[in-house]
Design a protein around this ligand. Sequence first.
Ligand SMILES: [Zn+2]
Length: 114
Amino acid sequence: MPNRYAKQTLRRLRNDIPIAILIADILELPWKTAEGYFRFLCPRCGGFDTATNPKTNLARCFACQKNFNTIDLAMTVNKQNFRQAVQFLQGIRKVDAKQLCARIAAAMATQSQR
Ligand SMILES: [Zn+2]
């Protein structure tokens, strides 16, 4: 088992799994869309004062003033160490992200019609 991961491997894990998919479908945190943002229940403080940025693939909690990448989120939610979180994410890279994205996009569209 490698002690260190190639930078490229880690970059791919941080970028390839859409952060909203990770939150909603894989870690199954409560989430909602509001004002065009995908918001999630912060695993640190339990608040909804959060947003996700699809461009950087980061999730942010404004209350904690903390950014989470996919690895940070897996570590926090699953209470895993860095290596466990990396292995967890490597195991889910085969998720059908396109289908899941469509579902979340549909939920956001419904929200904005209200
Ligand atoms: Zn928080």
